[in-house]
Design a protein around this ligand. Structure first.
Ligand code: ADP
Ligand code: MG
Length: 703
C-alpha cells in the first residue's frame, strides 16, 4: 500500500502534540485522514434553535448562548447541582445539571455553548440539558453575534477532547487536508454529474464548514456513494473469487429432463418463475460459477424453480443436492420433489440424520457411485463420509439458518459446484444488494394464481371469546390451528402471555376435549420433530407454540393462526408466521391480539402503525420495505456485521437507494478488468480501499 500524506499520524498536524495525539487515538483517530473524516454528528440552525426568550416551560429546546456565570449549588438532600446562566440576544436563562457537579470543569465564563433539553420550572425557568456542546472558547474566536444563517455543528467529542478543540484543529488544518484529498478523487466529472455527486473535497468542506442544509445533504450523499462503492468493491472481489477465479461448470442443456418436467406440470409457470429460471440457466450454462440468491415469499414456488435447476445439472451429467435446515423440511422437499419426478427418470435420494446403520451406508453408497442423481438432505449432507460422484449444483434452502462455513462446505469441493441460496424471508432489493453484494439476486415477486388469500384481523383482548368460537368452528370442520405466544413461561415478563400457562388453561377450559400440543424452542430436537409430524398427520388439532413454527413447515389443513402480543414480533417474523396458513383450499384466517405496549396510547403509535401495515398487505416484499423503514437499517447490518464488516456511517439504504445499483455496477466492472486493482490507473481507488478496510483489503493481495 502506498502511503499518502493523509495516512500520516495525526501528530504531524498543527495543534496536535503528543498528549492530544494520544487522546485522538483513543477516539480511533490515528491519521490525518481519520481526522478529516471525523465529521459532525448533528447540525443546528435557525430552524432548530430557539431564542432564549421564547423557551417556555414544558418545551424541549436547543439554545445557543454565552456563559455569563456558573457555580455548583449544594442542596439540603446532598445533591450537588451545577448551574450556568447563558445569554443570547433575547435574554438570559439558567441551565441546570442536577447531580453532575463535574460539568463545572468543562464550561468557562465566556464560552459559547449549545444546549438541548427540556425547560422546567424551579424558582424560574431553567433548562436541564440532555446534551451540551462548547462551540467556542472565549479566548479563541467567539463572535459577538452569530451571523444570520449560521449552522452549529456538533462533533462526536470526548471528555478530554471537547468540541472547541475539534473546531480549532479544523481551523488550523482543514484547508491543507482538503487540498490533499483532492488528489484522491476517483470519479471523473462526467460520472459525478451523472450520479448527482459533488467532489469528495467539496463534501468534506461542507460538512466541516456547513453553510446550508442542502449542501450538507449533498455532502452526505457523496460520502454515502463512496461507502457503498468500496463495500461493493470488496464484495465484487469475493464474487470474483467465487465465480471466476477457478473454472466452474458450463452445464450442457439437453432439455431431456427439463422438458419432461414442463410437460408433466398441471399448471404453467408464473412469469416470475420463468424469468428467474432464465437467469439461473444463463449462469449454469456459462463457464463461470453460479453464486446466486433466490428470494421469494412463502408459496411463490421456489422449490419448483430449484428442481428445474437441479434437473439441468442432472441432464448435463452431474448430481445436484438440496440442503434444508431441518429434517422435516428436508422430508417435505423430498416428498414434493418425488411427486414432481413421478414420471421422470431421475433417481432421488434422501440423506438425513435419522437414517443409521445399513440404510445410511447404502444411501451414501448410491450417492458416491452416482446412481443417485438428486440428493435432498439436512446437515447430514456435509458430514464426513458423504462423497458425491460428480456434484454439480448445490441448493441451500433457508440459507440464513446455516452458518457461512456450513453453506460453503458443499461448494468448496472440486470441481466447484454452482450454488443457489434460497430465502423465504425477502428483504428489499436495495438492502439485499448491499448486504450480499457478492451474490447475484433473483426475485420471485409473484404468487401462482388462484391462491385464496389469507384474511388478517387486528383484535384486542376483549375479542378473545369470539376468536375462540371461530377457531372451534374450524376445528369442527376438521381443520387445525396454531396459537402463538411470545414467551414460553409466565415468569419471563409479567405482561406477556406465556405458551405453557395458556396451554394448560386452554386444555382444561376453552378447548377442553380437543387435542392440543405444546411446542417451543427448549424442547429437544427430536421431540419437536415428533410433535410437528403428529400435527402434520392430523393427530393434533391445535398447536400451542412459540415462534419455533416460523420456519417453512407446511400443513395445508391448518387454516387459522392466532398470534398473541404481536407487538413483540418483528413485521417480517409476523409475516413468516402468517405464511404457515393459507396453503390449503379454505381461506386462511390470521388474528393478531394486541396487548398495549407500555407507555403507548391511542391509535397512532408505532405498534399500531406496524400492525396496520401487516394487516394491509400480504406481500412479503412490501412488508420487508416497511420493516426496514420502521426498524432502520442498523438492525440488519448489526446482525450481519461479522460476516461483512459493514458499517454504514453515511449511506442510508432508503435515502440513497438510487446509488446502490450504480455503485455495484461500477465496482463489478472495475474488478472484471483488474481483479487485483494493480494497474497504475487504479492506485487511487486501491488506496481508498486499503485505508477503509485495512487488513481486510488483503483480499487484493500485495499490490
Ligand atoms: P415456496 O417453496 O416458495 O414456499 P413452493 O415451491 O412450496 O413455494 O410452492 C407452493 C405450491 O405452489 C406448491 O404446491 C407448488 O407445487 C405450487 N406451485 C408452484 N409453482 C406453481 C405455478 N406456477 N402454478 C401453480 N402452482 C404452483
Ligand atoms: Mg419451500
Amino acid at each position: 500500500m502506498t502511503l499518502t500524506r493523509l495516512d500520516k499520524p495525526v501528530q504531524f498536524l498543527k495543534g496536535v502534540g503528543p498528549k492530544r495525539a494520544e487522546h485522538l487515538q483513543r477516539m480511533g483517530i490515528l491519521t490525518a485522514r481519520d481526522l478529516l473524516y471525523h465529521v459532525p454528528r448533528r447540525y443546528d440552525d435557525a430552524s432548530t434553535i430557539t431564542p432564549v426568550e421564547l423557551a417556555q416551560v414544558g418545551m424541549d429546546v436547543t439554545l445557543v448562548g454565552e456563559v455569563r456565570n456558573k457555580g455548583v449549588i449544594p442542596t439540603r438532600s446532598g445533591l450537588r447541582i451545577f448551574q450556568a446562566v447563558i445569554q443570547d440576544d433575547s435574554g438570559l436563562i439558567t441551565c441546570s445539571w442536577p447531580g453532575q457537579p463535574w460539568v463545572e470543569r468543562r464550561v468557562r465564563p465566556g464560552d459559547r455553548i449549545l444546549v438541548t433539553g427540556p425547560v422546567r420550572f424551579f424558582h424560574g425557568r431553567q433548562i436541564q440539558p440532555r446534551e451540551f456542546t462548547v462551540l467556542s472558547r472565549a479566548s479563541a474566536d467567539a463572535p459577538a453575534e452569530d451571523p444570520p444563517g449560521t449552522i452549529f455543528s456538533t462533533y462526536p467529542a470526548a471528555e478530554d477532547l471537547p468540541q472547541w478543540i475539534f473546531r480549532r484543529l479544523f481551523e488550523l488544518n482543514l484547508d491543507r487536508l482538503l487540498a490533499q484529498i483532492r488528489d484522491e478523487e476517483y470519479l471523473p466529472p462526467r460520472d459525478r454529474r451523472r450520479l448527482g455527486l459533488v467532489e469528495i473535497s467539496a463534501a468534506l468542506r461542507d460538512l466541516h464548514r456547513p453553510r446550508d442544509n442542502a449542501r450538507i445533504a449533498a455532502a452526505r450523499r457523496r460520502l454515502a456513494f463512496d461507502e457503498l462503492f468500496f463495500l461493493q468493491l470488496m464484495q465484487a472481489r469475493v464474487r470474483h473469487d467465487a465465480t471466476r477465479e477457478r473454472p466452474g461448470i458450463a452445464f450442457t442443456r439437453t432439455n431431456r429432463l427439463i422438458r419432461a418436467l414442463h410437460d408433466s406440470l398441471p399448471f404453467t409457470l408464473t412469469d416470475a418463475q420463468a424469468r428467474v429460471l432464465r437467469e439461473i440457466y444463463a449462469d449454469m450454462t456459462s463457464p463461470d460459477r453460479m453464486n446466486r440468491m433466490l428470494q421469494g415469499d412463502v408459496g411463490s414456488g421456489k422449490t419448483l424453480v430449484a428442481l428445474f435447476a437441479m434437473l439441468l445439472a442432472v441432464e448435463g451429467g452431474y448430481q445436484a443436492a438440496l440442503m434444508a435446515p431441518t429434517e422435516i423440511l428436508a422430508e417435505q422437499h423430498a416428498h414434493r420433489i418425488g411427486d414432481f419426478l413421478r414420471d421422470i427418470p431421475c433417481r432421488l435420494e434422501i440423506l438425513t440424520g435419522s437414517a443409521t446403520g445399513r440404510r445410511r451406508e447404502e444411501a451414501r453408497a448410491r450417492v458416491a457411485s452416482g446412481e443417485a442423481r438428486l440428493v435432498v438432505g439436512t446437515h447430514a449432507l456435509i458430514q464426513e463420509g458423504v462423497k458425491f460422484d460428480v456434484l454439480g449444483l448445490v441448493v441451500v434452502d433457508e440459507q440464513h439458518r446455516f452458518g457461512v462455513r456450513q453453506r460453503m462446505a458443499l461448494s468448496e469441493r472440486e470441481p466447484r459446484p454452482d450454488t443457489l441460496l434460497m430465502s423465504a424471508t425477502p428483504i428489499p432489493r436495495s438492502l439485499a444488494m448491499t448486504l450480499h453484494g457478492e451474490l447475484d439476486l433473483s426475485t420471485l415477486d409473484e404468487l401462482p394464481p388462484g391462491r385464496v388469500p389469507v384474511t388478517t384481523r387486528l383484535a384486542g383482548p376483549e375479542d378473545r371469546p369470539a376468536i375462540l368460537r371461530e377457531l372451534c368452528r374450524r376445528l369442527d370442520r376438521g381443520r387445525q390451528a396454531y396459537l402463538v405466544y411470545p414467551a414460553i413461561e409466565e415468569s419471563e415478563r409479567a405482561d406477556l402471555l406465556a405458551a405453557e400457562t395458556e396451554f394448560e388453561r386452554l386444555r382444561s377450559e376453552d378447548l377442553a376435549g380437543r387435542t392440543l400440543a405444546l411446542i417451543h424452542g427448549r424442547l429437544p430436537g427430536d421431540e419437536k420433530d415428533r410433535i410437528m409430524r403428529a400435527f402434520q398427520q392430523g393427530d393434533i388439532d391445535v398447536l400451542v407454540a412459540t415462534t419455533v413454527i416460523e420456519v417453512g413447515i407446511d400443513v395445508p389443513n391448518a387454516t387459522m393462526i392466532v398470534i398473541e402480543n404481536p407487538e413483540r414480533f418483528g413485521l417480517s417474523q409476523l409475516h413468516q408466521l402468517r405464511g404457515r396458513i393459507g396453503r390449503g383450499d379454505e381461506g386462511g384466517l390470521c388474528v393478531v391480539i394486541a396487548g398495549r405496549a407500555e407507555g403507548e396510547e391511542g391509535d397512532s403509535t408505532p405498534t399500531t402503525a406496524r400492525l396496520a401495515a401487516f394487516a394491509r398487505t400480504s406481500d412479503g416484499f412490501e412488508i420487508a420495505a416497511e420493516d426496514l423503514r420502521i426498524r432502520g437499517q442498523g438492525d440488519f447490518f448489526g446482525a450481519e456485521q461479522h460476516g461483512h464488516g459493514t458499517e454504514l456511517k453515511f449511506a442510508d439504504i432508503i435515502e440513497h437507494e438510487d446509488l446502490i445499483g450504480p455503485a455495484r455496477d461500477r465496482a463489478r466492472a472495475l474488478i472484471d478488468i483488474d481483479p487485483q486493482l494493480s494497474a497504475p490507473a487504479h492506485t487511487v481507488v486501491r488506496n481508498h480501499l486499503d485505508s477503509r478496510y485495512g487488513d481486510r483489503a488483503q483480499l487484493f493481495g500485495v499490490g
